[in-house]
Design a protein around this ligand. Structure first.
Ligand code: PMP
Length: 441
C-alpha cells in the first residue's frame, strides 16, 4: 500500500542469522512486545551525548551541569509526550514493573485495589499490601466497564481506591476502554493507573484526554534501550509516601539528633523516589524516543501498524489450523501484538521452527499473563484441541506471539505469514526437542 509510510530505521535491521536448513537470512525481529529494537535516531542521540555525560545533581563541573539539565529536561519531554497535566510529576524508574511497584508502595493506608485478572503480572501482582479485588475477564470492552462499575459500587465508599488497567494487552494486543474505565473509577471516587507498556509504543497516550491519574511505561518497549521506565501522574500520593528507595538524592537534609538518631527531610518532588545515581543515559534515551515518535507522527505510525496487523490477520485467517487468541472478538481494534496456537503443534516447537528455519524471532509461552492465557486457551478446550499441548497433552498449554511496530518492514510480516503456511502444510524440517525449557533442533 503506497499510502502507508516507511518503517522507521531501527538497530539490528541488517543483522543476518544462520538457518538450520543452510544459508543465512536477515533477522526478522517480531517480538516487539517483549523488547522493541531501539530507533537508530535514539542510538545516535545517545552516542552524540555519551562522551559528555557526567554525574546528575552531584557535580559542579560543566559536564555534570550539562547532564543535570538533560536529565531534568527529559522529564519535560516525557510529560509532553504523555500530554500530562501541569501539576503532574514524572518519576524515572527502571521499568513498568518498577513503576507499578513504586505506586503500590505509595498507596495510602486502607487503599482498595481493583485489577482485572487479565493483566500482565506487573500490573496484577504488586498490590500485596492492599485489599485487592481481582475482576473476572470481560468478553467485551463494555463488559469491562460494567464489571468495574459493579465492583466499585460495592466498595467502602469512604476509603481510597485504585484501579489498575492495561491500555493494550500484551497477549491479544486488544485496546481496552481506558477513558470509560477512568470515568467509572472517578465516578466512584477511585483513582486509576494506566499500564501503557504496550500502548505507548503503538498509540498516542494523553493523560488529559484519557483522564487517568498515572501512566507507567518502559523504555525498552518504546524503542529506547533497557533499564529505564516512567511513572507519571498525580503528585499527592507520591509526595506523601515514604521514599521508594531511601538514600542520597531523595533526601534534602539529614542531621544527627541529640538522642543519637537521625532526622531526615525528604524531597517532595520526583527526586523523593529516585534515590541513588540515576540512569542518565536510559532517561535521555526515553526522552529521545518520545521526541522521535512524536516527530514521526502517530497518525502515520498507527496507519502503518494497522496495515501490518491486517496483513497478518488476513494471512492467518487463511490457515484453518491457526486459532488467534482474542478476548473481545475478531473485530476489536488491536495494536501489533497477535497471539495464536496451531492445531497439532507444540507452540514452543513452532516458535523454534520459525527461528531456525526462517530467521524469525517470536515468543512462545504464557507471556507473564498466566490467568489470561489460561482463560483464552483453557476456557475453550474443545476449540483449542491439542494446540500447544502436544506430546500426549502432558505439556502445559502455551501460545505463540508475534509482535511488531514502527521499525517493521513489510517483508518481515510477509515472511512470517509464508512461514506459518509452509510449516502447517509441510511440517518442520527438523525434529525440535525441548531441553531445559529451551527448544532446540
Ligand atoms: N505491562 C505490560 C502490558 C507488559 O507487556 C509488560 C512487559 N511485557 C510489562 C507491564 C512489564 O514491563 P517491564 O518488563 O519492562 O517492567
Amino acid at each position: 500500500d503506497q499510502s502507508v509510510c516507511a518503517p522507521l530505521p531501527v538497530l539490528g535491521r541488517d543483522v543476518t542469522v544462520p538457518l538450520v536448513t543452510g544459508g543465512e537470512v536477515t533477522y526478522a525481529a517480531l517480538d516487539y512486545a517483549a523488547s522493541a529494537p531501539a530507533l537508530q535516531r535514539v542510538w545516535d542521540d545517545v552516542a552524540a551525548y555519551a562522551p559528555y555525560y557526567g554525574s546528575v545533581h552531584r557535580g559542579a563541573g560543566y559536564l555534570s551541569q550539562l547532564s543535570t539539565d538533560l536529565f531534568e529536561n527529559s522529564r519535560a519531554a516525557v510529560a509532553e509526550f504523555l500530554d500530562c497535566r501541569e501539576a503532574d510529576q514524572v518519576v524515572f524508574t527502571r521499568s513498568t514493573t518498577d513503576s507499578l511497584n513504586l505506586l503500590a508502595a505509595a498507596l495510602p493506608a486502607g487503599c482498595q485495589v481493583f485489577v482485572f485478572e487479565t493483566e500482565h503480572h506487573a500490573s496484577l501482582l504488586p498490590w500485596g499490601n492492599a485489599r485487592v479485588t481481582y475482576l473476572d475477564a470481560p468478553r467485551t470492552p463494555g463488559e469491562a466497564v460494567t464489571t468495574l462499575e459493579r465492583a466499585l459500587a460495592d466498595r467502602d465508599p469512604y476509603g481510597p481506591a485504585l484501579v489498575c488497567v492495561t491500555g493494550a494487552s500484551n497477549v491479544t494486543g486488544e485496546l481496552w476502554p481506558v477513558r470509560e474505565l477512568a470515568a467509572a473509577a472517578h465516578a466512584h471516587g477511585a483513582r486509576i493507573v494506566l499500564d501503557a507498556a504496550q500502548l505507548a509504543p503503538h498509540h498516542p497516550v494523553s493523560v488529559k484526554d484519557l483522564d487517568v491519574d498515572w501512566v507507567a511505561f518502559s523504555g525498552h518497549k518504546l524503542y529506547a534501550p533497557f533499564g529505564s521506565g516512567v511513572l507519571a501522574g498525580r503528585a499527592d500520593w507520591l509526595r506523601e509516601a515514604e521514599p521508594y528507595l531511601a538514600g542520597g538524592g531523595a533526601s534534602r537534609k539529614v542531621a544527627r539528633r541529640a538522642d543519637g538518631g537521625v532526622d531526615v527531610e525528604w524531597h517532595t518532588t520526583a527526586a523523593r523516589h529516585e534515590a541513588g545515581s540515576p540512569n542518565v543515559i536510559g532517561v535521555y534515551a526515553i526522552a529521545s524516543a518520545c521526541k522521535a515518535l512524536a516527530e514521526a507522527g502517530f497518525d502515520d505510525l498507527v496507519a502503518r501498524e494497522r496495515y501490518l496487523v491486517a496483513k497478518v490477520r488476513e494471512g492467518l485467517a487463511g490457515v484453518p489450523e491457526v486459532k488467534v487468541l482474542s478476548l473481545f472478538g475478531d473485530e476489536a481494534p488491536r495494536v501489533g501484538v497477535i497471539s495464536f496456537v496451531v492445531r497439532g503443534w507444540n507452540s514452543s516447537h513452532f516458535a523454534a521452527a520459525l527461528s531456525a528455519e526462517y530467521g524469525i524471532g517470536v515468543r512462545d509461552g504464557l507471556f507473564c499473563a498466566h490467568p489470561l492465557v489460561r482463560t483464552l486457551l483453557g476456557g475453550d478446550p474443545q476449540d483449542v484441541g491439542e494446540c500447544g499441548a502436544p506430546d500426549g497433552g502432558t505439556t502445559s498449554l502455551n501460545a505463540i506471539r508475534v509482535s511488531f511496530g514502527a521499525g517493521t518492514p513489510d517483508e518481515h510480516v510477509d515472511r512470517f505469514v509464508r512461514a506459518v503456511k509452509e510449516l502447517v502444510r509441510d511440517g518442520a524440517r527438523w525434529k525440535y526437542r525441548t531441553e531445559d525449557g529451551r527448544c532446540v533442533p
